[in-house]
Write a protein that binds this ligand. Sequence first.
Ligand SMILES: Nc1nc2c(c(=O)[nH]1)N[C@H]1C(S)=C(S)[C@@H](COP(=O)(O)OP(=O)(O)OC[C@H]3O[C@@H](n4cnc5c(=O)[nH]c(N)nc54)[C@H](O)[C@@H]3O)O[C@H]1N2
Ligand SMILES: Nc1nc2c(c(=O)[nH]1)N[C@H]1C(S)=C(S)[C@@H](COP(=O)(O)OP(=O)(O)OC[C@H]3O[C@@H](n4cnc5c(=O)[nH]c(N)nc54)[C@H](O)[C@@H]3O)O[C@H]1N2
Ligand SMILES: [Mo]
Length: 711
Amino acid sequence: MTALDDLPLTPTTTTVRAACPHDCPDTCAMTVTVENGVATGVRGDPEHPITRGGLCVKVNNYQDKVYNPDRVLHPLRRTGPKGSGRFEEITWDEALETIASTFRAKIAEHGAETVMPVSYLGTQGILNGLSVGDAFFHRLGATITERTYCDSGSCTAYAATIGATAGVDPESIVHSRYIIIWACNMVSTNLHLWPIVAEAQKRGAKVVVIDPVRHKTARRADWYIPIRPGTDGALALAMMNVIISEGLTDEDYVREHTAGYEEMVERAAQYTPEWAAQETGIPAEDIRTLAREYATSDPSLIRIGVAIERHAGGGQTVRSIACLPALVGAWRHVGGGLLQLPLWAHPVNWPAFIHPEMATPGTRVVNQYLLGRALTGELELDPPITALMVYNSNPMVVCPEQEKTARGLAREDLFTVVSDHVLTDTARYADIVLPATTQLEQHDIMFSWGHFYVTLNTPAIEPLGDAIPNTELFRRLAAAMGFDDDYFLLTDEELLEQAYDWSAPAMEGITLESLRETGWARLNLPSPDEYRPHAEGGFPTPSGKTEFRSAALEAAGNFVVPLFRQLYEEFQPGGVVDPLPHYIAPRETGDSHPLNLLSPKSHAYLNSSAGDQAMQKRVQGEQMVTLHPADAEARDIVDGTYVSVFNDRGRFVALARVSDEVAPGVAVAPMGAWAKNAKDQSTVNAVNPFVFADLGNAPTFSDTRVEIAPV
Ligand SMILES: Nc1nc2c(c(=O)[nH]1)N[C@H]1C(S)=C(S)[C@@H](COP(=O)(O)OP(=O)(O)OC[C@H]3O[C@@H](n4cnc5c(=O)[nH]c(N)nc54)[C@H](O)[C@@H]3O)O[C@H]1N2
Ligand SMILES: Nc1nc2c(c(=O)[nH]1)N[C@H]1C(S)=C(S)[C@@H](COP(=O)(O)OP(=O)(O)OC[C@H]3O[C@@H](n4cnc5c(=O)[nH]c(N)nc54)[C@H](O)[C@@H]3O)O[C@H]1N2
Ligand SMILES: [Mo]
C-alpha cells in the first residue's frame, strides 16, 4: 500500500495496521505509528473507501486512552466501601484464586444460575467483543444474559419483513436521488457515511431528515421534518396510505415480490394523513408531499438510525418503514431500498465463539436491561444473583433505572468482578477489578454494522502492565475453574482463523494472510455501482418476498433474533403479534411529567467510553439538557444554569441549554457522561424506564416523560 510506504519513517518507527474497536457503524481502518515500542499516534487509513483518512473526535487521540494515567494496569481488590473507588493492587494469581473460589462457594450455595455475566460492546472485535465470555459462562451454567440494548427490536421487525439481508450497500448511496435519514444523527454517530450522502446531495439528491431534534445532520438536510417522538409509525403508515390511494405503487414489483398486499391496502386505508398529522405534529400536506416525493424519485433510500426503535411501538415502526421500499419498487435500483444494519453481509462464524452446545438446556435467561431490578430483588429471581461479572460494559451509565443499578451493585452479599481499562462508574462498585488491554495491545478482526469491509487489527505495542485481552481473561478463568475443553486452549491466532466462515462466497479472495498484507478487504459482493440485492426480489423471508403480512411474526409471535441472546438459537416465541403493520402510540403520556425526554448519543463519547477522557470531556461538556425557549420560560429556567430533571423513577442534575432546536414538549439529554463527574452523581439513565418495546425486547429510552425545574 503506497500511502503507508510514503510515510516519513525513522529507523525506530513502524506503522501498524489496526481497526477502530468501537461499537459504531463506521468500523474505521487505522494506522498506528509506533516509535521505540510506544504508540505515538493513530490516523485513519486514507485508502479505505469509508474511513477516507479521517478519524472522529472519539478516537483520533486513541493513544491517550492507551497511556491514560488513570488506566487500571494491575488486578485490584476493593479496600473501601462499594462505590468508593478504593482498591489495592493484587497479583493475577490472587485475583483468579479469589474469583474461582468465590464462584465455587456461591454456586455450592445457590446453584450456578446465581452467577450472571453482564457484557456488551465495549469492543466490537469478533475475538474480544460480544461473545467472548459466552462459552465460559455456558460451561459454568451461569444465568444467560439477553443483550437487547441496541437494534434488537429493529432487527426483529426488519427480519420479519424483509429477512436478514444486508440491504443497500452504503457506498451505493451516491446513486440515490431521494434520501430519508430517519432517527439518525449521522454527523455524530455515523460520520463516515455523511460524505457519501453529501456526494449524492451534490449530484442532486434531496436529503430529508426526520427527527424531533434539529441536530448537526438535520441542519445539512434539504428538508428537515420535526416529528413528535415515538410517532414515526404513524408517519410511515400514512405514507403507505398516500402511496396506495394515489396509485403511486410499483404494481409489478408489488405483485411479484410482496406478500399480503391486499390486506395491507385494507389496513393502510385507516391511516390517513389527517390522522397521522394529529399523532406526529407534521401537517397532513407535508406527509402527502413526503410520500409523493419518496414514491416518485428513483432511486429512493431510507437510512434508519438505531433510535427509531426506542419507544413502545418501535418494532411496528420499523415494520412499516421496511415495507415502503417494496411498495414503490425502490429495490429495483442501485442505491434504492433500506439501509439498517449491513452486518448480515458478514459471514461471521458466531457459533464458534458462542458455543451454544456448552449451555445447559433450560438455563434461565435474564435481560441485562433489567439489571437494577435483578440485583435489588424487584425481579424475583430464584436463585438470586450473588455473583456478577462485568466486561465490555458499563451498566451504571448505560442501564435504565440508574438508582436501582447503584443500589444493587452496593449490596454487600454481591460479589462483583469488573474487567475494564479504567475505574468506570461500575468498576468502582467491584470487589475485584481486572485490567483489560486496549485495541493497540491485542489481536482482533472486525465485522461492521455499517459497511461491507472486514478489518484485521494487529497489535501495535506490548500490553501495558498486567493488562490482558478478554480472550486471555476467559482462558485464565477457565483454567482456574478447571475447564479443559479444547476451546479454552485456543490461542488468539487460532481464534482469528475461526472468526469468519472463510469458505462463504462473500469471503472469496479474502484470507487471513491477505488481510495481514492489506489490513482490510471488501466482501466479495457486486460493486457498489451495480449492487441491487433485491431487484428481482429474493428476500430471505419464508416467502422470499417483502412480507406485509409476516409469516415469522404469525408463527412465532414476538421474538429476539439469535445474536442478541447468548444462545445461538432460533426464534423465541413470546406473545401474539398482529402480523400486519400497525400503529402503537408512545406508552408514557405525561400527565404529571409533561416533557418527552430523549437521550441520544453524545458527539464526543462512544456510549460511555471516552466519557472520562480529558479531550473528549472538553469537547462534550458536562451532562446537559436542551429544552425549548417556551418550556424554559414557563419554568423560569435560564440558559446555562443547573436544573433538576425528574420523574417518579429518579432525578439527575444537568446544565440547561435553551434552544429551539427542539420542539416545545421535547427535551434532550445526551447519554454517555459518567455519574462520577455529574453534578449530583447521576445521569440521564436515572429517569429512563425498564420497559421493553413491542418487538425484540428493545429498550424504550425515548418513551420517557420528565419534568424539569431550576435547582
Ligand atoms: N458520537 C457517537 N457515535 C456513536 C455512538 C456514540 O455513543 N457516540 N454510539 C454508537 C451506537 S452503539 C449506536 S446504537 C449508534 C446510534 O446512532 P443513532 O441511530 O444516530 O442514535 P442516537 O444518537 O441515539 O439518536 C439519533 C437521533 O434519533 C432521534 N430520536 C430519538 N427518538 C426518536 C423518535 O422517536 N423518532 C425519531 N424520528 N427520532 C428520534 C434523536 O433525536 C437523535 O437525533 O451510534 C453509534 N455511534
Ligand atoms: N439512555 C440511554 N441509554 C442507552 C442508550 C441510549 O441511547 N440512551 N443506548 C444503548 C445502546 S444503543 C448501547 S449499544 C448501549 C452501550 O452499552 P455498553 O456497550 O455497555 O457501552 P459503554 O458504556 O461504552 O461500555 C463499554 C465498556 O467496555 C469497556 N471496554 C472497552 N474495550 C474493552 C475491552 O477490550 N475489554 C474490556 N474488558 N472492557 C472493554 C469500556 O471501557 C467501557 O467501560 O447503551 C445503551 N444505553
Ligand atoms: Mo448501540
